[in-house]
Design a protein around this ligand. Structure first.
Ligand code: G4P
Length: 534
């Protein structure tokens, strides 16, 4: 098969939801119905407690799980579908944002009783920024839930884009009769239970009104009315608009009952986009050199969107997850890391087959491969088979929480530095070195990140630390048009300047007014709340 046809048959998507909406259940059913797993229960069994606490066991379990099941590949209708899971806990939302840079579409799962919840809202914002196409699945229709029109209205408001219903529920809760499929003009009849295969559900043509009225009576009639209202209020299905992130197809169902799931799987194949081009922006002699890389380009290129320490504390192995942007990977290939121009020498290269890791045979644009290394790879690194490329767009958010690190035993300084450097490279935490010296600062978006880092410093690097609060409440990355302007600024605020793990200069703030005041004093300085790896 040619490169072009290999990439055309790939679908790489992330599944996003608020905890408890049914993401794990749906993931499992997608794997089951594509034939990637044989028995339900395996994904579920690996899932950590949904109510992540600061309990160490939970965090360790979560880490184990995220290595095992954060990427899953399945084959369906001759398509290679890569499903990327996103961490459930909001304190790890930075990881989720980065995962979203590695996908071509997103599947949003909504609990029909709760509508769009807080965490989904933040994820939606990231998808919107990138114009990522979103498929919506409204789950738990077997429960007493909200009116479908009401849900659609909320999704539209939150997403800021129109919904186009693809299926429509007949009743809900105890009187849930099934879904009408607007494309096939049939009704699929609901039955509860988790053993049933999708093809075992009874379907009745919508044209057979008599039968439908006889069996579902009032529910069918009122579903027909609300569906008409919904369809009347929505635009026509426009595939191009969906691909541009301007409308979302909506499906209803009940994941736990295997119901309405097949429609989503088909939509992933039929509607979701294959990998698209990616932009590389390299700075050569201070001038940006922009290049668009097509997925079918024969040269290998990819970007590291996640780095994960292996669980074995005796080996400092790390897995760098690379989303391939172009070309083909074959075993033994020579690859280089753009940032260092060094050859990448992995101890193994794996692919993620529905939770098993296996040596990669071959992989193409859209696929995720994992390089096991002892270091030398950072989040955001571009990997190529030789060409000079630098993909951009991997976001780092300015932390809102800061702690200073105090080492209990000063003889362990080296271990602490190594630990912080590696955890910083993984993106587990952001590390800032104040320019005037003094203890290192840790910056996080979520409180749990501190606990994870403190724990891992002790268990993996034997560096016992105390974390202490400090006056900082924010940071902004700083750039200026000329070195002289930058110098004037850093001279004015020497105690506020720090370098992050990528040696990017940041201004530490103690209140939101700080930035405003500094900006007024130095109008030519640029303050960035987000740093894209470049
Ligand atoms: P998450 O990954 O988004 O956090 O959600 P998960 O799939 O774990 O589902 C959360 C809970 O919702 C689970 O119940 C699950 O069984 C249930 N659930 C998922 N889909 C449906 C559905 O379509 N209908 C109904 N009624 N429930 C659904 P639990 O009791 O917390 O766990 P379990 O004991 O069932 O495993």
């Amino acid at each position: 098969m040619s490169y072009a046809s290999e990439t055309r048959r790939r679908r790489t998507f992330a599944i996003i939801s608020h905890p408890d909406a049914g993401k794990t259940t749906l993931t499992e059913k997608l794997l089951l119905f594509s034939g990637a797993i044989q028995i339900a229960g395996s994904v579920k069994a690996r899932k950590a407690s949904r109510h992540a606490t600061s309990d160490w066991m939970e965090i360790e379990k979560q880490r184990g799980i995220s290595v095992a099941s954060s990427v899953m590949q399945m084959l369906y209708r001759d398509h290679v579908i890569n499903l990327l899971d996103t961490p459930g806990h909001k304190d790890f939302s930075e990881d989720t944002y980065r995962v979203l840079t590695a996908v071509d579409s997103a599947l949003m799962v909504i609990d029909a009783a709760n509508g769009v919840e807080a965490q989904t809202r933040r994820l939606i914002e990231v998808c919107r920024q990138r114009d990522t196409p979103i498929i919506t699945f409204v789950n738990k229709m077997d429960r007493e839930v909200r009116e479908p029109l009401d849900i659609l209205d909320e999704v539209e408001r939150e997403l800021g884009m129109p919904c186009v219903p693809m299926t429509w529920p007949v009743g809900q809760g105890k009187s849930f009769g099934g879904i009408m499929n607007l494309r096939t003009k049939t009704m699929t009849v609901f039955e509860s239970g988790s053993e049933r295969r999708p093809q075992d559900f009874e379907t009745i043509p919508l044209a057979d009104r008599e039968t439908l009225l006889k069996r579902f009576g009032h529910e069918f009639e009122s579903a027909g009315q609300s569906m008409e209202l919904a369809v009347g209020a929505s635009p026509q299905w426009d595939h191009a608009a969906f691909l541009a992130g301007k409308q979302t197809p909506v499906f209803f169902g009940s994941g736990v009952n295997n119901f309405g799931v097949m429609e989503v799987l088909e939509a992933l194949v039929d509607l979701a986009p294959p990998p698209g081009p990616r932009t590389s922006q390299l700075v050569v002699n201070k001038q940006p050199v922009v290049k668009v890389i097509e997925p079918a380009d024969p040269n290998f290129s990819g970007v590291v969107f996640k780095v994960q320490a292996n669980m074995d504390a005796n080996h400092r192995d790390r897995i760098a997850f690379v989303r391939m942007a172009s070309g083909k990977y074959s075993p033994g290939m020579k690859l280089k890391v753009q940032r260092t121009a060094k050859e990448l020498r992995p101890t193994s290269v794996v692919t993620f087959l529905s939770q098993r890791r296996e040596a990669v045979d071959e992989a193409y644009a859209g696929d995720i491969i994992g390089f096991t290394t002892h270091g030398g790879v950072q989040l955001g690194d571009t990997i190529t088979d030789g060409a000079n490329l630098q993909f951009t767009g991997l976001p780092f958010f300015a932390p809102e929480l800061f702690m200073t690190v105090i080492l209990k035993n000063p003889l362990r300084t080296k271990q602490l530095q190594q630990g912080l450097a590696q955890l910083g490279e993984e993106g587990a935490i952001q590390v800032f070195r104040p320019q005037i010296g003094g203890p290192m600062l840790l910056g996080a978006v979520g409180q749990l990140q501190f606990e994870v880092v403190q724990h891992r410093l002790k268990s993996e690097y034997d560096a016992d630390v105390r974390l202490e609060g400090c006056q900082y409440t924010g940071a902004r990355w700083i750039t200026a048009d000329t070195p002289a302007e930058l110098r004037a600024f850093t001279d004015a605020y020497p105690q506020r300047m720090a370098l992050d793990a990528a040696d990017t200069l940041a201004f530490l703030c103690t209140s939101p007014y700080d930035v405003r005041l500094a900006q007024e004093r130095f109008p030519k300085i640029h303050f960035h709340p987000l740093r894209e790896h470049a």
